[in-house]
Design a protein around this ligand. Structure first.
Ligand code: S2G
Ligand code: ZN
Length: 481
């Protein structure tokens, strides 16, 4: 016999008693922004949305919801692409939005750590580090609105993973409120701590299904003294991979970003931006944005970049290159790269396949998957771009200009995503390299995860959230599906 859920009015009053009336939102109009994802694809309903100001308040909210068996959806900047941060349409959930917990609590420049609340935006975190002449290296296009808690919950990657890793590699300590309200805190800034299971890593990438991240201790890096950026035309993806090898051989750790851009991706974003010309004179099928950063002076780093490009030219790996002659040039090159995502959203009809394969197989994968997708959807625009350097591309077939988005998107799961994910899986790759699972790819896990992997994930979920109250329906398919 399932216990009766409290009425929305009872829940609202209980939440108001914990966080205060001003930190509660109820009713469709006031909750709209919190129950719909930023692209308007995933829409749900909530009993109440609460914006707690402290870990203590989060704990009390979860204690109450746990006692009343009320499901809870944790939410940061609500920039999830997979529907992971909004409630379902049952109208039973309480959304806990962390935006008011937005303080940088401490920066220790000697220890190279920064302690933040979960609601600090990525851009605020990066600015706080910069003010102390340090770098917090996570770099993703949504940095103005995404929050550190959500970056951790989705193990966010972005354009500097090649050099600095994902959020999993950038976190040293966490504070998490568990489904029953207990507070797990390991807000320590130690690079070495071998005292039992590394519990914090359970919550990184769990998409809010095991606990609500309320604070973190993050690694800081030395600020690079110089950077060198080039927009390079290459004959094909295989040449891009070979050029990456040359870049690593000649500059070692200095390779910070290596972003593939297909011609349809470039055409799309230049059309969207409207006021920026291609950095290259000629039109090319494939390009890469290459960024080196280092502690050496700009002159020697640029010389290294030129050495890489000359070597590339001599081996037929480079067809043309525009080297940023100023910060403004570099910013323009990066703006072209970063705006591809919004250009897709504005155009509509983007089938998103966020896949990764071993770097040794990525060129063949891109070529073969492109050919096979075009057999299925001959006029699709092959918007293929992103983090080739770490084996991840956003393989996003886009609707033909003359086809309405709604028609084109009927092909999303079958046949397009099933084909592309199946090919990535066959390469021992990932069907979601960066964006996580949410609800969008939840049921795919039964196809692409082994039975043992699924059983282990269910066992972890059962151990930490036996009542399945935290972010229900996200990430894990129902057992036995
Ligand atoms: C990026 C953004 C999401 C997408 O631009 O690196 O992660 O595929 C993507 O539009
Ligand atoms: Zn990406």
């Amino acid at each position: 016999m399932t216990a009766e859920l409290p009425t929305p009015d009872t829940t609202l009053r209980a939440m108001q008693a914990i966080v205060g009336a001003n930190a509660c939102r109820s009713g469709d109009a006031d909750t709209q922004a919190y129950v719909t994802d930023y692209r308007g694809i995933y829409r749900g309903q909530a009993q109440v949305v609460v914006l707690p100001a402290s870990t203590e308040e989060v704990s009390r909210v979860l204690q109450w919801c746990h006692a009343q068996r009320v499901p809870v959806v944790p939410q940061g900047g609500n920039t999830s692409l997979m529907g992971g941060a909004v409630p379902d349409d049952s109208g039973t959930a309480v959304v806990v939005n962390l935006s008011r917990m937005n303080r940088v609590l401490a920066i220790d420049p000697v220890n190279d750590t920064m302690t933040v609340q979960a609601g600090v935006t990525l851009s605020a975190a990066r600015s706080a580090a910069e003010a102390e002449q340090r770098l917090f290296p996570l770099r993703i296009g949504s940095e103005g609105s995404c929050q550190i808690g959500g970056n951790l919950s989705t193990n966010a990657g972005g354009t500097a993973v090649l050099r600095y890793g994902n959020m999993r590699d950038l976190v040293l300590g966490l504070e998490v409120v568990l489904p029953d309200g207990r507070i797990y805190s390991s807000l320590r800034g130690l690079r070495k701590d071998n005292t039992g299971y590394d519990l914090k890593q359970l919550f990184v990438g769990a998409e809010g299904t095991l606990g609500i991240i309320t604070g973190a201790v993050l690694k800081l890096m030395p600020q690079p003294r110089s950077s060198a950026v080039a927009f390079v035309a290459v004959p094909d993806p295989a040449a891009a991979v070979a050029l990456l090898g040359e870049a690593k051989r000649l500059s070692g750790q200095a390779v910070t970003a290596f972003e593939l851009i297909s011609r349809p991706a470039l055409d799309l974003v230049l059309e969207y931006l409207g006021n920026i010309a291609s950095p290259l004179q000629e039109r090319h099928d494939w390009m890469v944005l290459v960024e080196l950063t280092s502690g050496t002076d700009a002159e020697s780093l640029n010389a290294t970049l030129m050495e890489i490009l000359e070597s590339g030219f001599s081996q037929g790996l480079v067809l043309d290159a525009a080297v940023a002659a100023s910060l403004s040039d570099a910013q323009t090159f990066w703006r072209i790269r970063e705006e591809i995502s919004d250009a897709q959203t504005r155009t509509g009809g983007s089938i998103k396949c966020d896949v990764s394969v071993p770097l040794s197989r990525i060129a063949a994968f891109v070529e073969e998957a492109s050919a096979r997708v075009l057999e299925l959807v001959p006029d699709a625009r092959m918007v293929i771009y992103g983090h080739m350097g770490d084996g991840n591309v956003h393989f996003n077939p886009l609707r033909p200009k003359d086809q309405p988005a709604r028609d084109f998107l009927t092909q999303w799961y079958e046949p397009v995503s099933a084909l592309v994910d199946g090919m990535a899986h066959a390469e021992n790759g990932s069907i979601s390299a960066e964006h996580g699972i949410g609800v969008a790819k939840r049921d795919d896990l039964t196809r692409y995860k082994s039975q043992v992997e699924l059983e282990l994930m269910w066992q972890v979920k059962q151990a930490l959230d036996p009542l399945n109250l935290l972010n229900p329906g996200k990430v894990l398919p129902a057992p036995g599906r």
